[in-house]
Write a new protein. Sequence first.
Length: 270
Amino acid sequence: MTAPVLPRSARPAAGIRSLPARVAAANPVARLIASAPIVAGLVLTIDPVSAGVALVLELLLMPLTGIGWRRFWKATAIVWVLAPLGAVTILLYGQASGAVYFSWALVHVTEGSVALAIASVLRVLAIALPAIVLFAGVDPTDLADGLGQILRLPQRFVIGALAGLRMLALLGDDWRAITLARRARGLGDRRGPGALLRQCFGLLVLALRRGGLLATAMEARGFGGDVRRTWARPSRFGRIDAALIGVGVVIAAIAVTASVLTGSWRFIGG
């Protein structure tokens, strides 16, 4: 009789005693649930106070995730670049209100558009940063185990999504193989939208073929049957998982309360 294989998040490891290490080993489902209240609180309003408070609290708690600042900046660099770029459109073409700072043709930079652009930047950062940090290094199999055992999602959906996610890593290899094959046939020097579309179509055909073979293989091994399946790696919730979810709720509550008390709350549907 063999012992069950534990998921990485539940395997005891030497030296895991510090709080950052425990948070880093938290259940992936707990990380998913912890980010949900933050997202829910910030999507209801678009004001700089709620997003700014949430962002400050997240940055203060970032060392407790165990990700390390160097890895943090490397993983989130794209967000710090794209968030201000996305706000430029709001700054130039957002709803005009208050004092006018610059106006030319359709471009109107006003007091209201500036405030809206700042709120948008903070909002994107406050939503994206915790999602990236919490899911950095998450094993897809651990996440699938949690979705199936803890959230009780349909097993066919969970296993299928996991299989598809595992196949994503092969798309890069397929793209390089198609490129080499086209070069061998003397088509590698062709450029332009037509050549790109033909190569993308070839990649789609390979993906569909692999998906069909994978579906057949999984069906042959009993996936998707009526018999209740078992899990080789149990996924459980612990105190650190409950604490992580509580931190997400507290951050969202503080951000929303600060926005309401300062009169900055701006319901997005209003």
